[in-house]
Design a protein around this ligand. Structure first.
Ligand code: PEP
Ligand code: MG
Length: 569
């Protein structure tokens, strides 16, 4: 058995899909020209077939613009000049097809790289992408493509990028295991919104598995079992069914309010990454969307999404949620979230660098497009907008000024815009928590982003396993910052939510409730267990518990207190 971090609850038993990107290195030899030409022909056919399949499978999941990129890739694989040059290189140099593909594609890509126009520079990426696939086929090496998976598997990888995760098809991908990462890495967050069981940070596992091996993924405990015997398989089959029954039993709570035994009502909302995730929030009884991470819209694209593309996505979410509030967060890019088509400066500390609202204020050309799309979508539901990584009140003021300007522009242009959009900020930098009372005068709400708030308070990178012991949601320092935020907002009649992963943790709910949190936003699958818990608790008792927790010196003491009060193991 191997122990990792349970990142997305559930149990899966399936075959391994080992995700490794081969390096495709080749040693030059004098090749047989006819053999290599035939090799090239069949590799070209196989490459085109792959791209067509990927394109087919993307329909309905990617935008038309994104799908069009596959046509551009097919055009590269069919380009007579490109093929002619490769053929010539095989003949002239008696070269292996793989090497000819490599040198010719680099020459073409290099030409595009040097061009001024961004459109042409993007073509270089297309050529490299196609060439990598073509070269792999000439070598008989298969390269992994997650969208091509068409049987039930558990993916085992060193890591999955957020966009890899976004492409996973739930029908076939029953779970995933990564060697690195933590509960708040973005692949883990995506796994929860897709409701795919996941264990992350398991350490070295790739050398011990091969594609096709049977594997058990217990993402309730964070355990992974390699080569399980019959007894273990039966045991986990039962566990899997029991868990499914437990989930089923929670369904009676879907339409029930989240209210304590002594009448305190809180809102339990869902976190989403794409418009499709809304269904899971509603199925799980979400009373709103407390965080829509719009960066996935940008990360799954090949260029900045247009105002229209964004409008369509935001409108879809707002319409589906009806009169339930949807909090949409403006672009939170940077840190571990990059865009292939946007150049980021090389920084020593990207998490402390050019990201989120900082980048948006520096690039109003990008920011205004998003604000316009949000404002236009506001006519279709109950919209709240929040800005990420705000460190100072001036940043909020600047963002609000741009928002107001675009609102006026749109009204002048004759668009409909709601006049009751709430504007808030994420509290994820200690500076804003400390000044919450002053900032609360100007914002409509706060949403506490504990994933970052903890990393910045403890000065411990949320992705770094070596310092993961410092990632302490229950440290009294964090609880006191949360209290300052809530008290500061309440003083001015503003509401406070939490959309960091802590909001959905069984052990955190009692304390957060006691601290006076108004809205809890979490992955869809956590909503019903949280509602069950809230319904069983007394607000008064939780206030006492919270007050005691605030005065402790260590996380261990806080956890001890919570466990004593609530019957948790
Ligand atoms: C957070 O920091 O808690 C948060 C919700 O934002 P993200 O995880 O997207 O950084
Ligand atoms: Mg954050």
């Amino acid at each position: 058995m191997k122990q990792g971090i349970a990142a997305s609850a559930g149990i899966a038993i399936s075959k391994v899909y080992k995700l490794e990107k081969p390096s495709l290195e080749v040693t030059p030899v004098t090749a047989n020209v006819e053999v290599e030409l035939a090799n090239l022909d069949s590799a070209l056919e196989a490459t085109k077939a792959d791209i067509r399949t990927i394109k087919q499978q993307s329909i309905g999941r990617l935008s038309e613009e994104e799908i069009a990129i596959f046509d551009a890739h097919i055009a590269v694989a069919e380009d007579p000049e490109f093929i002619e040059q490769i053929t010539q290189s095989i003949r002239d140099n008696q070269s292996l097809a793989a090497l000819a593909v490599q040198s010719v594609s680099e020459m073409f890509a290099g030409m595009f790289d040097a061009m001024e126009d961004e459109y042409f520079r993007e073509r270089a990426a297309d050529i490299r992408d196609v060439a990598y696939r073509l070269k792999a086929h000439t070598l008989g090496v298969s390269i992994p493509n997650l969208t091509l998976i068409n049987e039930e598997v558990i993916i085992v990888a060193n890591d999955l990028t957020p966009s890899d995760t976004a492409q996973l098809n739930k029908q076939f991908v029953k779970g995933f295991i990564t060697e690195i990462g933590g509960r708040t890495s973005h692949s883990a967050i995506m796994a929860r919104s897709l409701e795919i069981p996941a264990v992350v940070g398991i350490g070295s596992i790739l050398p011990e598995v091969k594609t096709g091996d049977t594997i058990i993924l217990d993402a309730l405990e964070g355990h992974v079992y390699l080569q399980p015997d019959e007894t273990l398989l039966n045991e986990f089959e039962t566990k899997r069914k029991d868990y499914a029954d437990y989930r089923e039993s929670l369904k009676v709570l879907v339409d029930k309010p989240s209210i304590t035994v002594d009448g305190r009502h809180v809102e339990l909302a869902g976190n989403i990454g794409t418009p499709e995730d809304v269904d899971a929030v509603l199925e799980n009884g979400g009373e709103g969307v407390g965080l829509y991470r719009t960066e996935f819209l940008y990360m799954n694209a090949t260029q900045l999404p247009s105002e229209e593309d964004q409008f369509v996505a935001y409108k879809a979410v707002l319409e589906k949620m009806g009169d339930k509030r949807v909090v949409i967060r403006t672009l939170d890019i940077g840190g571990d979230k990059e865009l292939s088509y946007l150049k980021f400066p090389h920084e020593l500390n990207p998490f402390l660098g050019y990201r989120a609202i900082r980048l948006c204020l520096d690039r109003p050309d990008i920011f205004r497009v998003q604000l316009r799309a949000l404002l236009r979508a506001s006519a279709y539901g109950t919209l709240a907008v929040m800005f990420p990584m705000v460190a100072t009140i001036q940043e909020f003021r600047q963002a609000k000024a741009l928002f107001d300007e675009e609102k006026a522009n749109l009204l002048n242009e004759g668009h409909q815009v709601s006049d009751s959009i709430e504007l808030g900020i994420m509290v994820e930098i200690p500076a804003t928590a400390v000044l919450a009372e002053r900032i609360a005068k100007e914002v409509d709400f706060f949403s506490i982003g504990t994933n970052d708030l903890i990393q910045y308070t403890m000065a411990a990178d949320r992705m770094n396993q070596n310092v993961s012991y410092l990632y302490q949601p229950y440290n009294p320092s964090i609880l006191n910052l949360i209290k300052m935020t809530i008290d500061g907002a309440h003083k001015h009649g503003k509401w406070v939510g939490m959309c960091g992963e802590m909001a959905g943790e069984t052990m955190a709910v009692p304390v957060l409730l006691g601290l006076g949190l108004d809205e809890f936003s979490m992955s869809a699958t956590s909503i019903l267990p949280a509602r069950k818990l809230v319904n069983e608790l007394s607000y008064e008792a939780m206030q006492k518990l919270a007050n005691q927790c605030l005065t402790q010196a260590t996380e261990e003491e806080v956890i001890e207190l919570i466990k004593k009060e609530i019957d948790l193991v």
